[in-house]
Design a protein around this ligand. Structure first.
Ligand SMILES: [Zn+2]
Length: 286
């Protein structure tokens, strides 16, 4: 599995070399977080959330096969659609935890079932460390990959791998995608940064149900947009995944409050009081 969120820890009994690597990772992590914060603080693309009702988007990153099968099943049985973020370079591969990533057929089935297919970088590489040309290449390769699988339909939504971004990366992504999400914790209400949406992780190992249900209650009261993020959906999930039981409980909590579940493209359009096509036109004109 590839962690789209930051995870830094020291294993008990690890060697000094590992410890030094841990320090290095921690430093790099802090640097990445600071770049994220700078991008969020000073380079926001804010729009007023004009939705007339609360919205939830259910998002799966990287598409481990269980996200396509189990996650797709949980949504389909409730008449819901999600957003699946794809790195073309992961197709047919296997994650570090041994779970296979999506196949070409998985991707086609998800799209045919009405789920939104969103864009990651092709190699699932973190973007702030890349040159401008390398960022452009990653975006172009993934868009070409998606066009080769799904045709030339426009790709509306982007997710920063690992949630990493910086002012330059954010501006580049903004030129190509109407909406993008990071991994800052929160719900999107009031003036929403559509180039770095806040999210709530629904990872089983770190799930705080009291905080989750409180966030849904607040969203229901303020017509906020909540973006829920996970990866795999298995009985024994990775640290970034969710059990089938927990994803069912998440969706039931949303449904019980009468909150609409919409893909990121549709939810983005709803907060603008527009259709997805109109939202894309607004973005290209901005
Ligand atoms: Zn990812």
């Amino acid at each position: 599995m590839i962690n789209c969120r930051l995870s830094i820890y020291r294993k008990p009994g690890s060697s000094n070399k590992c410890w030094m690597m841990s320090i290095s990772k921690r430093w790099n992590g802090l640097k990445r977080r600071n770049l994220d914060r700078i991008a969020r603080r000073f380079c926001a693309a804010r729009v007023e959330n004009r939705a007339e009702h609360p919205l939830v988007s259910v998002v799966f990153d990287d598409i481990p096969r269980s996200a396509a099968v189990e996650g797709g099943h949980a949504l389909a049985t409730r008449g819901m659609h999600g957003t699946y973020f794809v790195s073309g370079g992961l197709e047919g591969g296997v994650g570090a935890d041994g779970e296979a990533f999506f196949t070409r057929d998985d991707l086609l089935r998800l799209a045919e079932a009405g789920h939104e297919i969103g864009c990651h970088t092709f190699s699932h590489v973190s973007m702030p460390g890349l040159s401008r040309a390398e960022v452009m290449d990653e975006l172009a390769r993934n868009r070409e990959y998606l066009a080769s699988r799904l045709g030339e339909a426009p790709i509306h939504s982007f997710a920063y791998p690992y949630g990493d971004t910086c002012p330059r990366t954010k501006a580049m992504v903004r030129r190509h995608f109407p909406v993008a999400r990071g991994v800052f914790h929160g719900i999107n209400e009031g003036a929403v940064d559509i180039a770095q949406l806040a999210t709530l992780a629904i990872e089983t190992c770190a799930m705080r149900w009291d905080m989750f249900t409180a966030a849904l209650d607040r969203a229901a009261a303020t017509n906020a947009w909540v973006v829920l993020v996970t990866h795999d959906v298995r009985p024994r999930p990775s640290p970034w995944g969710t059990t089938p039981g927990d994803i069912a409980r998440v969706l039931d909590e949303v449904q019980r409050r009468g909150i609409e579940v919409a893909t990121m493209a549709k939810a983005h359009a709803a907060i603008l009081g527009a259709t997805p096509a109109q939202a894309r036109l607004k973005q290209s004109a901005s």
